[in-house]
Design a protein around this ligand. Structure first.
Ligand code: G6P
Ligand code: G6P
Ligand code: BGC
Ligand code: BGC
Length: 926
């Protein structure tokens, strides 16, 4: 080509006019950045689900590699230029390394666009060849599946294809789980088995591949056949995923940016033509302006237009130019190379069947340059939005971050990466972005994810029996409903496991209570004595002062006399401190054990539960025992007016604030619930009018064998080692006294089987009670949880790896989740009973809740609420946390009881008026 080849002025003008829309001004780019940012934010919102164009898909990948991953894995890598099957061997520790063996397989066009079954059969055929080739056909290896299309995930091993992109269009796949399809195809072939552990997008695989080298890598970018980005987002910003702590990787699927028309003003007529001719018209509009699969097509459309205008190829549109897809990214990259002389450009065009002049080659080169530059600028604007978001998330002025990148466009194109980087710098000046090229593709990253997921998968399999499906939970709910019915009936009550004890409390507080009371609160984590003053000037107000007293184990396990002497002594001390020893204040006694009552001020202990085992109390009236102990002292007097269970105290405490409260729930050291039942259903108490609170004593659910199918070997072991074997079997699966120990037993067994701590077991780990429920709560805090796990396990003498900590956290989650789910089932039965009693379609009610497990565990309450609402959908349940314990509620009960007795002689003489305004109200309460 002669160097003097230059375009005529007229040609130049027309060429410039055609290419002008591709030159994006800085302001336009900033606008793109800001619109992308808005779409990212919107996609994270709950209300955007199914509506957002930038889908922001949670990936269930919650961390980047930390070097402790290890094992042998298979990886599939489908969706980019090449389909690859890989074997990845990862070593951890000081000699950490990753070895990879891979083979590329072709996927013919007719398979990419045939049926889903054909596609997955072909994939499995390729895996079979690879396994054969590597000589590992018999090994059922864990597999990580890089699937580079938008998938909605509910866990790491499930991915529902939202829609095909790029060159794929196989039928019957959209809306289906691709892992299931792969499993099915493996089953159809029936030659080998694989353990599919994770499905990951290529952006995520790339971020993990690069994250293995650089811990600062929290973004994965693909600029290849398609275009996409993923990044680590703060959990608290991801509305559709439970939990607020830590981070999760979000696959943005930004390729679809603009599908709602928001960047249509920068799309050219050539972009529209490319879109119309694509497999997915109207979709992936941003991707179609920025990725390798489409850039060549845009160039071709421009060339056709320029030829029509007589500016190119002597005005002749050749057969070759009509062929879709002739300009692959690699040709584009070659043509744009600075080192290439125009003559060589002509040669490339010739190879493509395009006969060109020198002027033609100049124009083609310029067209390619404009199109690829726009792509890099647009991609840079998008990436600027991401890094800016990361900067704001971290709350720093300057952000240093690494972006892991892969894709043929980024790797092969001579200018793309430079322009991209410059644009990010220009549009996100406060971010210092390092671009790290992924050398090993997404397969390595997928294997790293698989390594972590596999461990959790193993635990899941191991603790399979602890994961209860909704079907099982509904079944448990139905069983408990039957138990309730039995407990309420005169005939079945004597043999019923769930005792359904009448409490003689007939209503929640009505606002008229007043006076000065003492409340004793025995049976939970603390023994507390309170003074409760309820005054009733303009508004009812409650003043409380309290003291906590120790109850040493030898007293809990000694004689009943000693125990009640201790209670009486503490009460004496309290009255002394309050300077009320000379008064005979009414006392409400919260006694958190199953008691039979025939009146409010009587409580015959059926059996001790939890930590207590004092002799001579079972079968006796605890009010009498306490009175006796007080009399024996003789230094003060007390009038025990009511004995209430802690569930009842809690319902009353919460009822004080919310009139709708008709259930009291305890999830603490023990577990139990009470609720307001219709008198006509309570056979054991005379009368059919009104309601009475029933203390269900659901902790004993299962004591007749009705939960044997869901109890595990660990539950049996807990029971065997408890103070009351064979009793409170439901409580032992649920409550705080047992949860830590349950986890400890599981950890010991897992360690013995080599699944944890490299098989090391320490004397501390073998010691009963060394792992407490408060540790479960600490470990499940997702932000500091893993550090806490390390701290707690180190104190138990084991040297846990990071993986061990993740595994232990997972065990805790399974055990505490089971507890919340079981409580949701039994509570669901109570809610259904209330709904049926009221004869309403939809129940609106409040549940008063207390207990250390419910209050202290970071996730428990939310899980319980969620499962309850799922199991009882036709209800609107408010869970109201009792802020002031059962003491306040016990005082409320006492207030009414006191008023009734002290006014019993009086109201005989009172005129009817006074009776209506005062006494009748009390009488309606009890
Ligand atoms: C990665 C992967 C591919 C992926 C690709 C994107 O490294 O391993 O499966 O889809 O890069 O690049 P491409 O240009 O092939 O679409
Ligand atoms: C209530 C009470 C306690 C009761 C407890 C249950 O608020 O006042 O006496 O037994 O909560 O919780 P815990 O976790 O202490 O067993
Ligand atoms: C897909 C993404 C993928 C990207 C890069 C897009 O078409 O929707 O899931 O990450 O291509 O391969
Ligand atoms: C007791 C119940 C009590 C519950 C919660 C159980 O062990 O039997 O009476 O309500 O613990 O404290």
């Amino acid at each position: 080509c002669p160097k003097s080849s230059i375009l005529l002025a007229a040609q130049r003008r027309r060429l410039d006019a055609a290419l002008a829309p591709f030159l994006l001004a800085p302001d336009t780019l900033r606008e793109v950045r800001d619109k992308m940012r808005a779409e990212l934010e919107y996609g994270l919102k709950r209300e955007a689900q199914g509506k957002a164009t930038v889908k922001m898909l949670p990936t269930y990948v919650c961390g980047t590699p930390d070097g402790t991953e290890k094992g042998k894995f298979l990886a599939l890598d489908l969706g980019g230029t090449n389909f690859r099957v890989l074997l990845v061997k990862i070593k951890s520790g000081r000699k950490r390394s990753v070895q990879m063996y891979n083979k590329i397989f072709a996927i013919p066009l007719e398979i990419m666009q045939g049926t889903g079954e054909e596609l997955f059969d072909h994939i499995v055929q390729c895996i079979a060849e690879f396994l054969e080739y590597m000589g590992i056909k018999g090994a059922c290896l864990p597999l990580g599946f890089t699937f580079s299309f938008p998938c909605r995930q509910a866990s790491i091993d499930k991915g529902t294809l939202v829609g095909w992109t790029k060159g794929f269009k196989a039928t019957d796949c959209e809306g289906e789980d691709v892992v299931d399809m792969l499993r099915e195809a493996i089953r159809r072939r029936n030659e080998f088995d694989l353990d599919i552990v994770a499905v990951v997008n290529d952006t995520v695989g790339t971020m993990m591949t690069c994250g293995y080298e650089d811990p600062n890598c929290e973004i994965g970018l693909i600029a290849g056949t398609g275009s996409n980005v993923c990044y680590m987002e703060d959990m608290k910003n991801i509305e559709i995923v439970e939990g607020n702590e830590g981070k999760m990787c979000i696959n943005t699927e930004w390729g679809a940016f603009g599908d709602n028309g928001c960047i249509d003003h920068i799309r050219t007529k050539y972009d529209r033509e490319v879109d119309e001719g694509s497999l997915n018209p109207g979709k992936q509009r941003y991707e179609k302006m920025t990725s390798g699969m489409y850039l060549g097509e845009i160039v071709r459309q421009i060339l056709i237009d320029l030829t029509k205008q007589g500016l190119l190829f002597r005005g002749h549109i050749s057969e070759s130019l009509r062929k879709r897809g002739i300009f692959e990214t690699k040709f584009l990259s070659q043509i744009e190379s600075d080192r290439l002389a125009l003559l060589q450009v002509r040669r490339i065009l010739q190879q493509l069947g395009l006969d060109s002049t020198c002027e033609d080659s100049i124009i083609v080169k310029e067209v390619c340059g404009v199109v690829s530059r726009r792509a890099a600028r647009l991609c840079g604007a998008g990436l600027a939005a991401i890094v800016e978001k990361k900067r704001e998330n971290r709350g720093v002025e300057h952000l240093q971050i690494t972006v892991g990148v892969d894709g043929t466009l980024y790797k092969l194109h001579p200018h793309f990466s430079t322009v991209l980087r410059e644009t990010v710098k220009e549009l996100a000046p406060q971010c210092d972005v390092t671009f790290l090229l992924s050398e090993d593709g997404s397969g390595k990253g997928a294997a790293l994810i698989t390594a972590v997921a596999k461990r959790l998968h193993n635990i899941d399999k191991y603790l399979y029996a602890m994961r209860l499906s909704d079907e099982t939970l509904l079944d448990v709910m139905a069983r408990f409903r039957r138990e309730m019915k039995n407990g309420l009936s005169r005939d079945f009550n004597p043999t019923a496991a769930v005792k359904m004890l009448p409490t003689f409390v007939r209503s929640i507080p009505d606002g008229s209570e007043k006076g000065d009371f003492i409340a004793l609160d025995l049976g939970g984590s603390y023994f507390r004595i309170l003074r409760v003053k309820v005054s009733h000037e303009k508004k009812q107000t409650v003043q409380m002062e309290s003291e906590i007293y120790n109850t040493p184990e030898d007293i809990m396990h000694g004689s009943g006399t000693r125990l009640f002497d201790h209670v009486a002594e503490c009460l004496g001390d309290f009255m002394e401190k309050q300077q009320i020893k000379d008064k005979k204040l009414p006392v409400g006694f919260t006694f958190s054990f199953p008691c039979r009552q025939t009146k409010l001020d009587e409580g015959i202990l059926i059996t001790w539960t939890k930590r207590f085992k004092a002799s001579g109390v079972e079968g006796a009236d605890v009010v009498k025992l306490l009175n006796k102990a007080i009399k024996k002292r003789g230094d003060y007097d007390a009038d025990i007016m009511a004995v209430v269970n802690d569930t009842v105290g809690t319902m009353m405490t919460c009822g004080f604030d919310d009139q709708r409260c008709e259930v009291g729930l305890i999830i603490g050291t023990g577990t139990n619930a009470c609720y307001m039942e219709e008198m006509r259903h309570i056979d054991l108490v005379e009368g059919d009018e009104g309601r009475m609170c029933i203390n269900t004593e659901w902790g004993a659910f299962g004591d007749d064998g009705s939960l044997e199918d869901i109890r595990t070997e660990f539950d049996r072991e807990i029971d065997r080692g408890s103070l009351n074997p064979g009793k409170q079997l439901f409580e032992k699966m649920v409550s705080g006294l047992y949860m830590g120990e349950l986890v400890r037993l599981i950890l010991v067994k897992m360690a013995k089987e080599g699944l944890l701590f490299e098989g090391r077991i320490t004397p501390e780990l073998l010691t009963k009670g060394k792992f407490e429920t408060k540790h479960v709560s600490a470990i499940e805090k997702s932000k500091e949880g893993l550090n806490k796990a390390k701290e707690i396990l180190t104190r138990l003498g084991v040297e846990p790896s990071h993986e061990d900590c993740i595994a232990v956290q997972h065990v805790c989650t399974i055990v505490s989740f089971r507890s919340a789910n079981l409580v949701a089932s039994t509570l669901g039965a109570i809610l259904n009973q209330l709904r049926d009693n009221k004869g309403v379609g939809r129940l609106r009610t409040t549940v008063g809740v207390d207990g250390s497990l419910y209050k202290m565990h970071p996730q428990y309450a939310r899980r319980l609420h969620k499962t309850t609402r799922r199991l009882v959908p036709d209800s609107e349940v408010r869970f109201l946390l009792s802020e002031s314990g059962s003491g306040k509620g016990a005082a409320m009960v006492t207030a009414v009881a006191y008023r009734r007795t002290s006014s019993s002689w009086l109201h005989l003489f009172l005129p009817l008026q006074a009776d209506q305004s005062g006494c009748c109200k009390f009488l309606s309460v009890f």
